[in-house]
Design a protein around this ligand. Structure first.
Ligand code: GLN
Length: 449
């Protein structure tokens, strides 16, 4: 804990990965545990962790990167946070994020942008860019992020760490501030595959407080790591993921990793996800629709920021939300409200829900022919801070390889596979699996690592 805090002290002025640090509390907890001695019952005994500021932490500020929750201190822990603590982990701080997880660069945080530890002039990706930068800079041994459309995998790819988005329902969403409830999942971001498996082992499992959380047994993820060859593993290569638009340096690093997979015995299989060209359009309708509904609860009355000058109730809502929410969040609430409104619901939301089903069927068909799918996690390596902030549409296009997985509810992982020849920045390979087959992803990743 002390060494991680020293690391935070040394790196935070440049990277700004965190929104709050609980140094005193963490040291006190560590001392108390030290006095008692190691507890073999606690698999993460004394392990320093940092969680994304979208997860409720008892008595500790939880802002979601937004002004509207600036002074919000929850009175309970999210399920995943409680599990970490019960396993002996020590919370060091809360990590920066795009406001309400809306973004791909962590520049939409209402507080400050986070920088990529590999090159401070570049973004760390997003929306879990704080967690990715933090664990990459060794501020903690593991971080939690959340992934609605790629927010664990894309920053993991841009920062060169390991990020896993579990199957929808694998980890309870209780205490995670909702963005797109049918897409959101919490998952670990770490420097190694083993660390990642250790964290998932602790946070996965049934929770009656989240009705979408699956009551499916949690396998022994660590046992999956002993894999040294990939004989008999069929790796599906979706043609749409290896197509034009993919940056040559990303393609080169991913292809090299693919060669390694083959040399370990894996067998490539050509597959297709024909509806993936609709994925961005479908995602941004579904996610915005759900966000507009989820964010209705921030009304200036129950939580966080309240405008003091309001004269009556409607005025209070309008003023508190106009001042409390940032530009991107307001844009999405408006678009989401529009696609759900009477007269447009059938044209947009219902249509998107129908195409979502097609996208899921594409994955089912492709995964019937192989064990995992594989492709890049992001079409490019980390871009410069400020480069895309004026063009939200271009920013949305950066999610092209990550978002369809959330629409299908499947597990996916980004694994660092080298540096781009041109930029010198990390490249992530994405492995996509069958429902609840996280152990398969870990096994392949361990062999490749
Ligand atoms: N970049 C995507 C968005 O802005 C995904 C974000 C996420 O996964 N939370 O919606």
């Amino acid at each position: 804990v002390a060494s991680c805090l020293a690391r935070i002290h040394a790196t935070e002025p440049q990277i700004q990965a965190l929104l709050s640090v609980q140094a005193e509390e963490a040291l006190a907890a560590a001392r108390a545990m030290d006095a008692q001695g190691p507890d073999p019952e606690k698999p993460l005994w004394g392990v320093p962790v940092i969680v994304k500021d979208v997860l409720c932490t008892k008595g500790v500020p939880t802002t979601c990167g937004s002004r509207i929750l600036e002074n919000f201190r929850p009175f309970y822990d999210a399920f995943a946070v409680r599990r970490l603590k019960e396993a002996g982990a020590i919370l060091l701080g809360k990590s920066n994020m795009d406001e309400f997880a809306m973004g791909s660069s962590t520049e939409n945080s209402a507080y400050h942008p986070t920088r990529n530890p590999w090159d401070l002039s570049r973004v760390p990706g997003g929306s879990s860019g704080g967690s990715a930068a933090s664990v990459t800079a060794c501020q903690a041994h593991g971080c939690l992020g959340t992934d609605t459309g790629g927010s664990i995998r894309q920053p993991a790819s841009l920062c060169g760490c390991v990020g896993l988005k579990p199957t929808y329902g694998r980890v309870s969403r209780y205490g995670m501030v909702a963005y797109g409830s049918s897409l959101d999942q919490i998952g670990p971001m770490t420097r190694t595959v083993e660390d990642n498996a250790r964290l998932l082992q602790v946070i996965a499992g049934h929770d009656p407080k989240d009705s979408t959380c699956a009551d499916t047994p949690v396998p022994d993820y660590l046992a999956a790591l002993s894999r040294t060859d990939l004989k008999g593993i069929r790796i599906g290569l979706p043609e749409e993921f290896w197509a034009q638009g993919l940056d040559p340096e990303v393609e080169a690093a991913c292809s090299a990793a693919l060669e390694t997979l083959k040399s370990l015995g894996a067998q490539p299989v050509q597959v297709s996800l024909p509806h993936s060209r609709y994925a961005i359009a479908v995602y941004y309708i579904v996610a915005m629709a759900e966000a507009s509904s989820n964010l209705a609860r921030f009304d200036g009355v129950r939580y966080g920021f309240r405008d003091k000058e309001a004269s009556e109730l409607m005025d209070l809502y309008v003023r508190s939300r106009s001042k409390g929410f940032g530009e991107e969040v307001q844009r999405r609430i408006m678009l989401g409200t529009y696609v759900l409104s009477s007269g447009y619901y059938d044209a947009y939301y219902r249509k998107a829900a129908q195409v979502r089903r097609r996208i899921r069927e594409d994955y089912e068909n492709a995964l019937a022919r192989c064990d995992v799918l594989c492709g890049p996690a992001s079409p490019v390596t980390a871009w410069k801070v400020g480069e895309l902030t004026d063009d939200p549409l271009k920013m949305y296009l950066m999610d092209i390889y990550t978002i369809s997985l959330n629409l299908a509810g499947l597990p996916g992982m980004s694994l660092p596979v080298g540096l781009g020849k041109e930029s010198g920045m990390p490249v992530g390979l994405q492995l996509l699996g069958k429902p609840f087959a996280e152990e398969t992803l870990y096994g392949i990743a361990a062999a490749l690592e």
